[in-house]
Ligand binder design. Structure first.
Ligand SMILES: [Zn+2]
Length: 391
């Protein structure tokens, strides 16, 4: 595959000294390092994947490095987001990441986008870069990143992580499949847990983030066989890497022969459906706040509070008096016989999505006055008991 970027005119003496271990690799050499100097790479997200990706892209000498993130550093990020430190807690991630990058390599330009990536700005932001590294953790942004990259004709390096499992690929519609060729439809709402729900081994971020940087460098400089048309699957417990072929789908709605998606979707959240239609219907008019639950408990109301999260989550933090019945037991029906008929059922989870799904099942089973807690445990911590640890 041809190199994506033309070489810069020259390297300075400082640059030659700094990049000497690259320059003596014949495949990279002076030409490759000049291409990296001329390259403009955007990292979407300065989180789990963005942290190692930005650190190594900076160290490698990518001349212009953009970082877009709207979030602020939280203590629970530090287990894996190694670009941020203790003193950065509360600071915007984009700014904290940029400061680390400048410390690692003052010879490159860092562009800080301290904002949410949206359908309004994605095309403009992406158009300033040659290649995108996608470190996002949700399906709505992932589909938006893919669509924008394909519509702009830009390659991007995708990665995803969950517990001990990681995946990575290079999507470049001009030369191979796009994300929609691999995953034409987003998973049903609630089916695929996020890292916030299911956890992630911190070091997995480095394994997958470094693959993403490796592939970015290959695409920019035109060396080796990039992961175009292949999906890398990593299992940290078995310690196996395997790559499977991914074909371009001629029927792909975005990059196929007769595309029907020719511009960005209006609403990617709606496309991916944060919660299912059934759950939305069940929750409407049957959602209480954490503070309401607390006042019911204090008043001695006849409520039965059910926590539908997983046992690990329950162990970290739980609402006093809540009984643990994980969501899976609602899906297979076994939870229903454990619910008392003479009490008002109050369901909750971490943020309110899982409990809304369970609420639909419970109401269908005849518990018509059941409710769920909007915002879940996180809202309880925020509004009722800030001494509990958010996770
Ligand atoms: Zn496609």
């Amino acid at each position: 595959m041809p190199p994506l970027v033309e070489p810069a005119a020259e390297l300075t003496v400082d640059e030659v000294r700094r990049y000497s271990r690259h320059l003596i690799i014949p495949d990279v050499g002076m030409a490759g390092q000049k291409r990296l100097k001329n390259a403009k790479v955007l990292c979407v997200g300065a989180g789990g994947l963005g942290s190692p990706a930005l650190l190594y892209l900076a160290a490698a000498g990518v001349g212009t490095l953009g970082v877009i993130d709207f979030d602020v550093v939280d203590e629970s990020n530090l287990q894996r987001q190694v670009i941020h430190g203790q003193s950065d807690v509360g600071r915007p991630k984009a700014e904290s990441a940029a400061a680390s990058v400048r410390e690692i390599n003052p010879l490159i330009d860092v562009v800080v986008h301290n904002e949410v990536l949206t359908t309004e700005n994605v095309m403009e932001v992406f158009s300033g870069y040659d290649l995108i590294v996608d470190g996002t953790d949700n399906f709505a942004t992932r589909y938006m990143v893919n669509d924008a990259a394909v519509l702009l004709g830009k390659p991007y390096v995708w990665g995803s992580i969950y517990r001990f499992d990681g995946q990575a690929s290079v999507f470049w519609a001009e030369h191979g499949p796009c994300y929609r060729c691999l995953y034409p439809e987003p998973p049903p709402p609630g089916m695929v847990p996020s890292c916030a729900e299911g956890g992630v081994l911190g070091v997995l971020c480095a394994s997958i983030g470094s693959i993403q940087v490796n592939e970015a460098i290959k695409v920019l400089t035109g060396i080796g066989e990039p992961l175009v048309g292949r999906l890398m699957i990593y299992d940290a417990l078995e310690m196996t890497y395997r790559s499977v072929k991914v074909r371009k789908d001629p029927e792909c709605v975005l990059c196929g022969k007769n595309p029907t998606v020719t511009e960005l979707l209006e609403d990617y959240e709606a496309f991916c459906g944060a919660v299912s239609a059934e759950a939305q219907e069940a929750a409407s008019g049957s959602t209480i706040t954490a503070a309401e639950l607390k006042s019911w408990q204090d008043a001695g109301e006849n409520v039965y509070v059910v926590d539908v999260r997983e046992p690990n989550e329950y162990e970290i933090v739980s609402i006093p008096g809540a009984v643990l019945i994980p969501k899976g037991e609602f899906l297979n029906g076994s939870a229903l016989e454990r619910l008392p008929q003479d009490k008002k059922i109050v369901l909750h989870c971490k943020s309110g999505a899982r409990s809304a799904e369970c609420l639909a099942i419970v109401k269908n089973a005849g518990f018509s006055d059941a409710v769920h807690v909007g915002g879940g445990v996180l809202s309880w911590i925020k509004t009722v008991d800030p001494s509990l640890p958010a996770y």
